[in-house]
Write a protein that binds this ligand. Structure first.
Ligand code: F6P
Length: 323
């Protein structure tokens, strides 16, 4: 294989640039040419390629986001879009593709792989919801950003004796909420994987006051049936009975920005280099991830369309400590 391409797709994640750097340099080390695709699958369809040399990926390891740009491409969702993307690779003499991204992006990688193109995926999303890896590029940075926000909110909550709701990202997965709640000592954690309702959240927050705390804090996943907005509305409708009001902070895209942590840079470097090694060695149709501290590959067919389950013990642990 002489020429490969790489792209970043879906929501950007801190560490994507470190992966771009590792893939590029490792592939060049193996004697291959590297074409970088701008703006994800949209750029692939439009043949928006630029050849990368080793120096083109200098001074990017510490940068958040993706220097290639990312996109959520509606056209690529259709058969015709996938056909265009496959043709674009062939026309430009590209023999293999590396896709850095999360669930939706790896589903796209699988669509291309099923057309006979050698494809390798690199697990990257702040949601950490991909099967085939214990951890994805970007989640450590996002978690640390969420945690810093929680720590800051606790300072002001303490000063005023207030209750706070913090909503974190994660799409349909509660990983970021569970882990930031656990690390931030939350009084309640609301995630999609564990059914809850406003009365339960209210009683968990009131219990914090009952046990002598002057403040209370709940971490809520954006994908929970009762997200921060719904909980806020419920609490304001029942204000008289519940006897407390809540301040709500939605962290949103703040969690996706920022420089990658050392953990994310090293993870991205290892996964990126391994993806180049596998593709150039003829091992493709797989997602490269990290499981039990080892770099592993899992067939794309096995991981696509699935969401990694959370460890229920961690939810139980957080609940037992909020006492
Ligand atoms: O998948 C990453 C993610 O940040 C999710 O946590 C979030 O639900 C979604 O992307 C937001 O997407 P967008 O940036 O397109 O608004």
């Amino acid at each position: 294989m002489k020429r490969i391409a790489l792209l970043t797709s879906g929501g950007d994640a801190p560490g994507m640039n470190a992966a771009i750097r590792a893939i590029t340099r490792r592939a060049i080390f193996h004697g291959a040419e590297v074409y970088a695709v701008r703006h994800g699958y949209a750029g692939l369809i439009e043949e928006d390629f630029v050849q990368f040399g080793a120096r083109d990926v200098g001074r990017i390891i510490q940068l958040g986001g993706t220097i290639l740009g990312s996109a959520r491409c509606a056209e690529f969702q259709s058969e015709a879009g996938v056909t265009k993307a496959v043709k674009s690779l062939g026309k430009n003499g590209v023999e293999g593709l590396i896709v850095i991204g999360g669930n939706g992006s790896q589903a796209g990688a699988y669509d291309i792989a099923r057309r006979g193109v050698p494809v390798v995926g690199v697990a990257s999303t702040i949601d950490n919801d991909l099967c085939g890896t214990d951890v994805t590029i970007g989640v450590d940075t996002a978690l640390n950003i969420a945690l810093e926000a929680i720590d800051r909110l606790k300072v002001t909550a303490l000063s005023h004796g207030r209750g706070f709701l913090v909503e974190v990202m994660g799409r349909n997965c509660g990983y970021l909420a569970l882990m930031s709640g656990l690390a931030g000592g939350a009084d309640a954690i609301v995630i999609p994987e564990v059914p809850s309702d406003p009365e339960t959240v209210a009683s968990e927050l009131l219990a914090a006051y009952d046990r002598g705390k002057s403040h209370a804090l709940a971490v809520v996943a954006e994908g929970a049936a009762y997200d921060a907005e719904k909980l806020r509305n419920y609490f304001s409708q029942h204000h008289e009975r519940l006897q407390f009001s809540l301040r709500v902070t939605k962290l949103g895209h703040v969690q996706r920005g920022g420089a990658p942590t050392a953990f994310d840079r090293i993870l991205a470097t290892r996964l990126g280099a391994a993806a180049a090694d596998h593709l150039l060695a003829g091992q493709h149709g797989v997602l490269v991830g990290m499981q039990r501290a080892e770099i592993t590959t899992t067939s794309l067919g096995e991981i696509v369309g699935r969401q990694k389950p959370l460890n229920p013990e961690l939810f139980g642990l957080a609940q037992s400590l909020a006492r």
